[in-house]
Write a protein that binds this ligand. Structure first.
Ligand code: SAM
Length: 262
């Protein structure tokens, strides 16, 4: 680590290039995701060879018993175009079609939410899904409102990870679950080298060309490299009051599902 650059463990949150503090980091992130929203789904599917679809469905399936409870209240944060929100809603609907449960998808990039709402309308409204503009670091919900909070590929983009975890803890009910799905770096050296070449060289070029925002797809591998490793995130979660903290690596260790309970 060069002098002056904060170590991975001491980073309070994401810092896109040019962002000196938390407020400007949040602004950069919101503007970046707003810009790429029109091509976001296409690029996700293309760059991950559609593994992104599998990962979100797997997360939703993992919480099937919880989602089957009548009157479950779920918050999917940093929901983007709503794919995980709708996978969770599908599980709720399949488990108990007459469930009065509810699910909110929250994101602070308006153009993402426009697409999420369009998808929800196309999918029908048998499970109440609501999308709202919300900053994960200052949630517009009362204490102890939710049984499950999920966030897929969003947590890494928060300007302050501890503040985010404190906010999730506040709005979770006692016994409620937090599930964070994030990219990680593979542990296997050989696979790690091949993946790193793809992630740092091919993906930024392809992503830049298709989205028109080279910055967004250069930011992605950089932010993953700076993001706490699963063990570091586990300690942050414990420091924030979560218990039963665990992490599962999926797909050769390129993503991990981090779970914890309030
Ligand atoms: C990589 S996308 C993930 C979207 C979606 N969860 C998915 O699985 O595709 C990250 C999303 O997090 C949102 N985001 C980042 N920081 C946020 C914050 N502080 N509050 C709310 N949303 C945030 C961005 O606007 C963006 O839509």
């Amino acid at each position: 680590m060069t002098s002056g650059a904060p170590s991975r463990a001491s980073l309070p949150g994401t810092r896109p290039a040019g962002a000196a503090d938390e407020a400007s980091a949040s602004r950069h992130v919101r503007e970046m995701f707003s810009r790429i929203a029109p091509r976001y789904d296409l690029l996700n599917h293309l760059l991950s060879l559609r593994f992104d679809v599998t990962w979100r469905k797997r997360l939703a399936r993992r919480f099937r018993p919880l989602l089957a409870r009548p009157d479950i209240h779920v918050l999917d944060l940093c929901c983007g175009t709503g794919d995980l929100t709708l996978s969770l809603a599908a599980e709720i609907r399949a488990a108990s079609p007459a469930s009065p449960g509810s699910i909110f998808g929250g994101d602070f990039a308006h153009p993402m939410l426009v697409r999420a709402r369009e998808k929800a309308n196309r999918a029908g409204r048998r499970v109440p899904v609501d999308f709202l503009e919300a900053d994960a670091l200052a949630l517009p919900f009362a204490d102890q409102s939710f049984d499950l909070i999920t966030t897929a590929f969003g947590f890494r983009n928060l300007a302050n990870y501890s503040a985010g975890l404190a906010e999730f803890h506040r709005v979770l009910r006692p016994g409620g679950w937090l599930a964070i799905l994030e990219f990680t770096e593979p542990e296997n050296a050989l696979f790690g080298r091949a993946y790193s070449f793809y992630f740092h060289n091919v993906l930024p070029r392809l992503g830049g060309i298709v989205s028109g925002s080279k910055q967004a797809y250069t930011y992605l591998p950089g932010s993953v490299a700076r993001f706490p490793k699963p063990a570091e995130l586990a300690s942050l979660m414990k420091q924030s009051g979560f218990v039963e903290v665990d992490a599962e690596r999926w797909t050769g260790g390129i993503v991990a599902l981090h779970t914890g309970r309030r």
